[in-house]
Design a protein around this ligand. Sequence first.
Ligand SMILES: [Zn+2]
Length: 76
Amino acid sequence: MTQTNAVKRHKNILYWDDERSLGNSLIVTLVYGKQFSADVGTGEHVRGFDTVKDALREVRTAVDCDCSNCKKHLIS
Ligand SMILES: [Zn+2]
């Protein structure tokens, strides 16, 4: 797995799995306490993207999440 420094550093990213070379997606997992903004209320924390540009755009606009799973991890 390879990562660029810019991607590694972003505070909203927990996991960054680029599986495009395998025919899959670029799969981004947000840190606990964040969710993808396009789906506020659904608690979507993992999403597949086709390009790094698309992924980073969504990562940057991630919003706060207080779902039970995030709360559990943020407290402990
Ligand atoms: Zn959450």
